[in-house]
Design a protein around this ligand. Structure first.
Ligand code: APR
Ligand code: PHB
Length: 389
């Protein structure tokens, strides 16, 4: 087989890139290790930045989001029961869209089907070859057959555990990492959300987040030690702990019910530089991971895709590789901004086992600054709603 751009991974990054390139007349093949059902069963975050919303529309995958998504122009922050609001619209003139990543992925698969894009689900043994030559290729197994896919460029969109980043010689990669000493236990429940807007709650018992998917579907999280396992947490125990971390007036109106999903995710900040080696370009979680505080993961994947797509369109329309040569630096500049934001929001809102009185005062002071200073709110709102691409 031959294509122009071979895309490894059919998560949001790979599907959006494939969709945008196909619409620009550039041929792609997507190789995804898992089944479509498996990919669509993963529950991830649910906040889309303005730029993400715009790009999904541009990709022809925004129609359902525009009907079912819920625009939010603010969020609430709480510190041991005291709560205040950040008005994004007032602070920076932008808002976000509440719409689950699972739905985004579904819409992208539907959009790809509608244009007849080539996606191999359950492609195994994907391997990259001759990446630092002008004639790269990818081999993989599908069904009982071995395949070879020749291409001009490989897009590594295969997430943190994928094969693409690992194909770059270790000596040419630099990795930056911060592992946080806790995870998030999340549940999904068919109950009315406790708040119309998201509540990020810091408390001496640990962090909690009240989020939502729609008026009858809530998504809630509590910070837990890394040693906890999902089996340790009954629904009852979750609700008790979640309630105890919310401001009293919010806790009083919490409606509980059985969880329909429950999982624990560790928190990590990770960047691998550069995001290019030869003919291979990394996008999304393949190159970087943020902690979920601030919901930057999917949005960062989308900005990478936007930059790479622009560079590839330039290459195929004009023959110039300037965009491809500048891709890694351009993407990383925005990646580090989001790294800083999600790290600082994580640090401000969580209980760290090693923290003492000084660190606690710093958290209180940062939250007080947001309450008091329009400049601080603007900085937060600009970052939360998304820095321009
Ligand atoms: N071969 C083919 N596909 C692979 C391989 C492989 N060796 N390894 C992983 N994959 C697939 C995974 O099964 C997954 O579907 O690559 C896909 C990567 O998808 P994601 O992990 O979702 O990463 P990405 O598309 O970059 O999405 C960005 O934003 O909110 C965050 O982490 C969240 O998934 C989210 C991400
Ligand atoms: C979510 O709804 O899952 C969510 C929202 C905001 C975050 C993280 C996760 O910061």
């Amino acid at each position: 087989m031959r294509t122009q751009v071979a895309i490894i991974g059919g998560g949001p990054s790979g599907l959006l890139l494939s969709q945008l390139l196909n619409r620009a007349g550039i041929a792609t093949v997507v190789l995804e290790r898992r089944s479509r059902d498996y990919v669509l069963s993963r529950i991830r975050a649910g906040i889309l930045e303005t730029g993400t919303v715009d790009l999904l529309r541009e990709a022809g995958a925004g129609a359902r989001m525009d009907v079912e998504g819920i625009p939010h122009d603010g969020c609430l922050l709480a510190d041991n029961g005291e709560m205040f609001r950040i008005d994004f619209a007032a602070a920076c003139g932008r808002k976000v869209m509440v719409y689950g990543q699972t739905e985004v992925t579904q819409d992208l698969y539907d959009a790809q089907d509608a244009i007849g894009a080539t996606i191999f689900n359950e492609a195994s043994d994907v391997a990259l070859h001759d990446v630092d030559s002008d004639t790269p290729h990818v081999t993989f197994r599908h069904g009982s057959k071995d395949h070879r896919l020749d291409c001009d460029v490989i897009a590594g969109c295969d997430g943190f555990h994928g094969v693409s980043r690992q194909s770059i010689p270790a000596a040419l990669r630099q990795e930056f990492e911060r592992i946080y000493p806790f995870g998030w236990l999340g549940i999904l429940s068919r109950t009315p959300p406790v708040s119309d807007e998201l509540i990020y709650a810091r408390s001496d018992r640990g962090f909690a987040l009240a989020s939502l998917r729609n008026p009858m579907l809530s998504r809630y999280y509590v910070q837990v030690p890394l040693t906890d396992r999902v089996e340790d947490w009954s629904d009852e125990a979750f609700w008790d702990e979640f309630r105890a971390r919310l401001p009293a007036e919010v806790a009083a109106r919490l409606v509980t019910g059985p969880s329909i999903e429950k999982s624990i995710a560790p928190l990590r900040s990770f960047v691998s530089e550069p995001m290019r080696w030869g003919r291979l370009f990394l996008c999304g979680d393949a190159a970087h991971i943020v902690p979920p505080t601030g919901a930057k993961g999917l949005n960062l994947a989308v900005s990478d895709v936007h930059y790479l797509c622009e560079a590839l369109i330039q290459r195929y329309r004009t023959g110039s590789e300037a965009g491809l040569d500048g891709y890694s630096a351009r993407a990383l500049a925005r990646v580090w901004q989001a790294m800083r934001f999600s790290w600082s929001m994580t640090t401000m809102m969580h209980s760290f086992p090693e923290h003492g009185g000084f660190d606690r005062r710093m958290q209180q002071t940062e939250l007080a600054l947001l309450q008091r200073s329009e400049a601080a709110r603007r900085l937060m709102a600009e970052n939360y709603t998304g820095l321009p691409f």
